[in-house]
Design a protein around this ligand. Structure first.
Ligand SMILES: [Zn+2]
Length: 466
């Protein structure tokens, strides 16, 4: 069943569909800039219609001060395209200024001569006039997508300072983090647009989202010892690539340091929009596909940020962004896929991985790692070894029985952690690490000295190991 969107949602969707093609790493700002000016006119109660000459004068001033100059096109481009392509506004006498054969837009001389009037359609204008919240929402979304960080003076220059109080722009982009809960992805889609499945994509407002379900199919998690989120890329089986699909979209977000909404569904819970994030790093790691075969996966490293606006990001995140060399850091280099079919294979693989960990330890001798996330990824072999050793069972000998819950790939939900905090400061070696079910991990993380960590120092190789 297809339901037609409300006019309000239809408007947000049209705003979201503005997707100027990127030129030299940044999208031309002509249409967003003209739209901001038009929204500002609504906000200050200006008449619905404006003439070409008035529009051109205002636009050229704004473009000179706040545009990114990505192309040399001038005012006739957004004036025409918002009408012809985006259907956001109407031009009176449009037939008298229609582009000459073979041209995509009217010439400036014809526009100057006819000087047509244009404006939001009467229905859109009436809706916006009666709904300052919608004007603010649309304007804040345009700023976050195209003018981020927001240039000083832009909001006042377009007349939007009355509806967009400085510093509060983030609260005007809906929904705000922590404010929504949905039982299913289809419910998010019904309310906010975008895809109804799939891990990576925009909502109908054009802002990017990633979706992470605790039950899988991917292995997303908070990186221990940090506030960073490891988000596995798109592609269910076979090596993941950066070409096309969600990974290609995230690559653009990383290059342009765009804000991304992080949605999460905890086991047994509802989908929530947890936090805004930005990509600070990308790694290639071993992961298990839907077909249960090991393959290369991208691990996107997301830093939570309090707002989609860059000028409100903490210094620690800006430093990570400055350090990001935009390369893929290949953590699978010099290791092989930990394919283990039998228990004997598992034992052999476990010993090989321990040897690899020890070899890397000696290579890294005397070097300090840069961040906790670096060390996390460098210990990837150790974590895979621990998972092989655990063979799907919680390694806490006092485990009260691990939950029957499994990932979509049929694997037990296990989390690899250091045996105790002291060990976490030291070696990332399987002997210092343990696979725990979510129950035992939660007990351990609460830090009780009488918790399971007491008995966890005795972990050894898989049963077949000798
Ligand atoms: Zn357990």
């Amino acid at each position: 069943m297809v339901t037609s969107p409300t006019p309000r949602r239809g408007f947000i969707k049209m705003i979201g569909q503005l997707s100027p093609r990127s030129v030299r790493g940044s999208a031309p700002t002509h249409r967003p800039l003209l739209l901001l000016w038009l929204l500002g006119r609504v906000a200050v109660g200006a008449p619905r219609l404006t003439t070409w000459r008035e529009t051109r004068a205002a636009f050229e001033k704004l473009e000179a001060a706040y545009g990114n100059g990505a192309t040399a096109d001038s005012a006739q481009y957004p004036f025409w395209t918002l009408h012809a392509t985006d259907a956001l506004w109407e031009i009176k006498d449009a037939d008298r200024i229609a582009p000459p054969p073979g041209r995509r837009r009217p010439t400036i001389s014809v526009l100057d001569q006819v000087n047509p009037e244009a404006g939001f359609t009467p229905a859109v204008y009436a809706m916006l006039s009666g709904d300052p919240g919608l004007v603010a929402n649309a304007a804040a979304t345009l700023l976050a997508r195209f003018f981020n960080p927001v240039p000083v003076g832009l909001v006042a220059a377009v007349g939007l300072d009355g509806v967009l109080p400085a510093g509060r722009e983030a609260d005007l982009i809906l929904p705000i983090p922590g404010s929504v809960a949905f039982p299913k992805r289809t419910a998010i889609h019904a309310e906010l647009g975008g895809q109804s499945a799939g891990g990576i994509g925009t909502l109908e407002d054009g802002l990017m989202c990633v979706f992470s379900n605790a039950k899988g199919p991917y292995d997303d998690r908070t990186i221990p010892g940090t506030d960073l989120i490891e988000y596995r890329g798109q592609g269910l089986s076979g090596d993941q690539t950066l070409k096309g699909g969600g990974n290609a979209q995230l690559l653009v977000c990383q290059q342009e340091q765009k804000p991304i909404r992080y949605w999460h569904q905890p086991a047994g819970g509802e989908w929530g929009f947890d936090t805004w994030t930005v990509i600070v790093d990308r790694r290639l790691v071993w992961g298990k596909g839907e077909d249960k075969q090991w393959r290369h996966e991208f691990a996107w490293v997301l830093a939570p940020v309090p707002s989609p606006f860059r000028d409100q990001w903490p210094q620690s995140v800006l430093e990570r962004l400055a350090q990001d060399d935009q390369q893929t850091h290949d953590e699978t280099f010099e290791t092989e896929a930990p394919t283990a079919v039998t228990k004997q294979d598992a034992g052999r693989q476990y010993r090989k991985l321990c040897a690899s960990v020890e070899r890397k330890e000696s290579l890294n001798h005397g070097r300090t790692t840069r961040t906790a996330s670096d060390r996390y990824f460098r210990s990837a072999d150790a974590r895979i070894a621990v998972m092989l050793r655990a063979q799907g069972m919680c390694e806490n000998p006092d485990c009260g029985g691990q939950p029957a819950d499994v990932t979509d790939r049929g694997d037990a939900i296990l989390e690899v952690d250091h045996v105790d905090e002291r060990a976490a400061q030291g070696r990332d070696h399987p002997a210092n690490m343990i696979a725990l079910c979510p129950n035992c991990h939660a007990i351990k993380t609460r830090g009780s000295t009488s918790g399971p960590s007491r008995n966890l120092g005795r972990v050894t190789g898989p049963a077949s190991d000798g």
